[in-house]
Design a protein around this ligand. Structure first.
Ligand code: C2E
Ligand code: CA
Ligand code: CA
Length: 738
């Protein structure tokens, strides 16, 4: 066959000759058919090629050769497969076999995507190639005939589309859909391989305020920066996704150490809470983190996601900027929260809310200068509920507006019965502070009670600085115009920026309890912080209050460091209004300190039933106190010092330890591996009994149930009881004392 033998190009005037002819083209009209094909090639609708039995090119459309930067003459004689670059990213599981393989097997192929090598260029060009083996009448293989077309741009478009389908366009992180797929695939594979996988859920705190006050472009920019920070902390350890809005998720394969996970969560929280610069404005947000770990807290993706959601919910409920591990009692916590939210709506009408008052005592004269009003809720079924529990719920719903206004009215009313030298302090939530009507509400409370504005002190926290600085400054100015005093509450816990202090008109600065607590312990640098805060406040002409002073040694420390006023249990807890009135009636404004002489680092006093496993026997005991390094237990008689025990703390938490102290009824056990923070104020073991191990012992494979480790049941496989070495006490008879 000549080199152009197959579809010999008819050059010259052929097409002109036939122009305008409408005669149908018969099968036998070779010339006309060839001309049609030429037109087809010229229009770049597609190309043709042919090979000989060895795979060498015998023909290639001119325009195809041109696309390769060559002429067809240069290409004829080369192996067809030499035009293609084997794709290193080729997915090995892809259904398609590579072209050389198909050709050597003399298979037909159609629309195979192949990357083309273009001489002198490394541009990525892709063709779709089809081919069919030619067999002669006597069964001889003659070579391939086929077609090709350039699909580079189509391919890019579909790649873009699939990238879009997988990634969040704003942050470039995986999107919800991709994360779901990823998590399902990971958990399915890990179940077989008996591997663990942690899941973190993050929800930004105060993102909405930034979005509302600085605008959506700033909100978008913020999310991008958050994504960057998350990436910098997580690195290669996990996959980060944005589920939408201000919700992020992190999949962390092979992570089940709750110590490490807690550290990671803490680092994420710290990183996210650093200030952001958004086109000239400054914004500060926070984040809460919920953590669940497969297989312990859920085996499949639905179960694990719902556990981590519950943990996130609890983290948010516990105050902002916290992490929390899933525990089975969170399910009850979430239900309780919902119930509180519903009941809180009616609490005002049903007259269940009260204000109690705690004195702020002058450190020189020991006289109460001010009383802080603290809300108390007497729930008809649950009894007293702490404001630390219900105020955050009220803030999330619109209820805070009503109860906040009520508190302001009531506090002013009560104060109108006090000596005119004594002030009243009212806590104001950032939500109330952001309401334009707030100055009018304050004015109404002042007018209704008739108290002088300078006797009313509004306590606000640094979170008010999170919103629009312009509106915040206007609010400050309006309140100062009314003549009320402003106190900055919980100083040091938030995003303390000295900038706020310089510009905002505070009369008083309340040093948060966390700096007072433990300030007397050795090696604690809180006292240095107190000194610094006091001198700063003095320089700015503000009074200082030390909050949460409980013991005598703390009292002398904060007085020595120059605090003007003291608030804390050492002088008085918050008391009902009648009690305040009784003191005024006696003319007794002086308070005397009553408290423990020394602050004691808290070994948490607990009262909880646990299991104690010794050899293959299990005892019941009461946990008396618990610290990271050890526990005091009661309930088993005379366990000698040095005995190795396992404490079953519930929910798969087995703490291995040795008895260090022992008297008849109780033992001090030192843990081999210290416990870690559970994110709330509790402790948990780093590791838990793996559901895989339980399954290997014949239990059904499922997430850890609440309760105790099921494998030591004081009965051997043969049904005979195991033999105890120690005497079990009747633990129901052990009294609750602390
Ligand atoms: P806060 O404004 O920091 O109030 C001080 C809290 O510390 C009070 O807790 C008080 O009882 C407690 N406290 C005082 N001295 C000591 C001490 O020596 N040791 C210890 N351990 N605690 C001490 P309380 O009454 O449970 O209130 C908790 C939080 O609830 C308050 O913190 C405040 O943020 C919020 N809150 C209370 N009442 C209101 C209110 O009427 N409106 C608003 N928006 N928030 C309120
Ligand atoms: Ca306060
Ligand atoms: Ca406070």
């Amino acid at each position: 066959m000549s080199k152009n033998g197959l579809f010999a190009r008819i050059t010259g005037g052929a097409s002109a000759d036939h122009a305008g002819s409408h005669a149908p083209i018969g099968k036998g009209d070779l010339m006309k058919r060839v001309e049609l094909l030429n037109n087809f090639e010229d229009l770049d609708l597609g190309w043709f090629w042919a090979t000989d039995p060895t795979g060498a090119l015998m023909y290639l459309s001119d325009s195809a050769a041109k696309a390769l930067g060559k002429t067809s003459e240069q290409l004829v004689g080369q192996q067809l497969t030499s035009l293609f670059i084997p794709d290193k990213n080729d997915d090995p599981e892809k259904a398609e076999r590579p072209l050389p393989f198909l050709m050597s097997a003399r298979n037909s192929f159609s629309e195979l995507s192949a990357r083309i090598s273009v001489s002198g260029s490394d541009a990525e060009i892709w063709w779709s190639v089809s081919g069919k083996p030619q067999i002669s009448a006597d069964g001889k293989f003659l070579g391939y005939r086929g077609g090709a077309k350039d699909i580079t741009s189509i391919r890019e478009r579909t790649l873009d589309a699939s990238r879009l389908a997988k990634f969040d366009t704003l942050t470039g992180l995986a999107n919800r859909h991709a994360m779901e797929k990823r998590l399902t695939a990971t958990l399915t594979a890990f179940k077989t391989a008996k591997r663990s996988c942690a899941l973190m859920m993050l929800d930004l705190d105060r993102f909405k305020q930034v979005n509302d006050t600085l605008g959506h472009p700033a909100g978008d920019e913020l999310l991008k920066q958050v994504a960057q920070r998350l990436k910098s902390v997580v690195g290669e350890k996990g996959e980060i996704g944005r589920l939408g809005g201000d919700e992020f998720q992190i999949i962390l394969p092979d992570m089940d150490d709750r110590g490490q996970l807690g550290d990671l969560a803490q680092r994420l929280i710290q990183m996210i809470s650093q200030p952001y610069s958004l086109s000239g404005s400054r914004a500060i947000i926070g984040t809460s983190v919920g953590i669940a770990i497969a297989p312990y807290d859920g085996l499949d993706s639905e179960e694990l996601v719902s556990s981590s959601d519950l943990a996130l919910y609890a983290a948010k409920g516990g105050g902002r900027g916290q992490f929390r591990f899933y525990a089975s009692d969170l399910k009850d916590g979430a239900r309780l929260r919902k119930q509180i939210e519903e009941d809180l709506r009616d609490a005002l009408q049903r007259d269940e809310l009260e204000l109690h008052y705690q004195p702020l005592v002058c450190s020189e004269t020991r006289e109460a200068k001010c009383f802080e009003s603290l809300m108390r809720w007497n729930h008809p079924e649950r009894g007293w509920i702490s404001p630390a529990e219900f105020i955050p719920i009220a803030e999330e719903t619109s209820i805070i507006a009503d109860i906040g206004e009520w508190a302001l009215m009531r506090a002013c009313q009560d104060a109108s019965q006090w000596p005119s030298t004594v002030r009243v302090a009212v806590n104001v939530s950032a939500v109330q502070f952001a309401n334009e009507e707030f100055p009018a509400i304050v004015e109404r409370a002042l007018n209704a009670s008739g108290i002088s504005p300078k006797r009313l002190e509004l306590e606000i926290t640094e979170s008010v600085f999170m919103s629009d600085p312009y509106a915040t400054n206007r609010m400050f100015a309006q309140l100062k115009d009314l003549g009320v005093r402003l106190a900055l509450d919980d100083f040091g816990t938030g995003y303390s920026s000295l900038g706020y202090l310089r510009d905002a008109p505070f009369d008083k600065l309340k040093i948060d309890q966390c700096f007072v607590r433990g300030s007397t312990a050795e090696g604690n640098n809180n006292s240095a912080i107190i000194t610094a805060v006091v001198s700063l406040a003095q320089a700015l002409g503000m009074q200082t209050v030390a909050e949460g002073v409980e013991s005598e040694d703390e009292l002398s420390l904060v007085i020595d460091h120059g605090a003007d006023l003291i608030q804390g249990f050492v002088f008085s807890r918050a008391m009902p209004h009648e009690d305040v009135m009784a003191r005024f009636a006696d003319g007794n404004l002086k308070f005397t300190p009553v408290g423990p002489a020394k602050y004691r680092a808290d070994r948490k006093t607990v009262f909880r039933k646990i299991g104690v496993i010794h050899e293959d026997h299990r005892y019941e005991a009461v946990l008396r106190n618990l610290s990271a390094t050890g526990a005091m237990i009661e309930g088993v008689l005379n366990i000698p010092r040095g005995t190795n025990l396992i404490l079953d703390l519930g929910e798969g938490q087995l703490a291995i330890g040795a008895v260090r102290r022992s008297d008849e009824h109780s033992q001090g056990v030192e843990f081999e591996v210290p416990l870690v923070s559970d994110g709330a104020d509790g402790l948990c073991t780093r590791h838990r009994v793996s559901p895989y191990a339980l399954a290997a012992a014949g239990m059904p494979l499922k997430a850890l149930p609440p309760g105790n480790y099921p494998l030591v049941q004081n009965r051997r496989a043969d049904g005979n009881p195991t033999r105890p070495q120690f005497v079990q006490m009747d633990i129901a008879a052990i009294g609750r004392r602390s």
